[in-house]
Design a protein around this ligand. Sequence first.
Ligand code: DC
Length: 227
Amino acid sequence: MPVIAIDGPSGAGKSSVSRAIAERFGWSYLDTGALYRALTLFALENGISTLDEIPGRLADAKLHWNGNPQTPEISLAGRVINSEIRSAEVTAQVSLVAANPAVRIFLLGMQREIINNAWPGIVVEGRDIGTTVWPDAELKIFLTADLQARAVRRSAELQANLSDSDVERSLAARDRIDSTRDFSPLRQTEDQIVLDATHLSFNEVVSEIIDIIGELKLANDDGKHGR
Ligand code: DC
């Protein structure tokens, strides 16, 4: 079963690109950032203020991901939290929570279980999918864009009262924490295909990846299913 790993920094367009590709082939979709965000929300809502306290509470979170690229849904104990995990508070804290080794080990197990149960293919996006979560992925993409282009895209998405330069600063801070943490950092490797989306449209990025999937014969001729 094909596993497509799409890694890269914040704001490069990984989520929308990954969803479009999964939809195109009738595959499953996993947004691993949403899992880290959900555990961050769980910690904030339950007054878990120190990172040391999180590991003992992880099992209580009852985290669930539905895997659907058209209507992705993340929940805690049955409560859908799709919009709550995008709040400024969660965004400000998530890189710190994601640097916690116990959190990463817990989510590593969960991510692998979701991939193992997916059929007939899955697109997984994150920071360490091709390096740690699923090193045997049939296709590994590193999707990036320069900081300014990522900030402009993120500001439009956020519709919040933040200037492009505020968003740029916040992205740069998260990139720094995500790339320099000890445990499974964001990094580019030689077995990844690098796509720089700075001067590419969304459709150009999607069709480039669909072409690569075709060239590698990872989907049947009807384009629907993985081999
Ligand atoms: O993709 P995102 O912005 O929703 O990710 C939120 C945070 O989660 C990001 O700052 C780093 C972390 N993350 C991670 O450490 N490893 C992943 N595979 C995915 C996300």
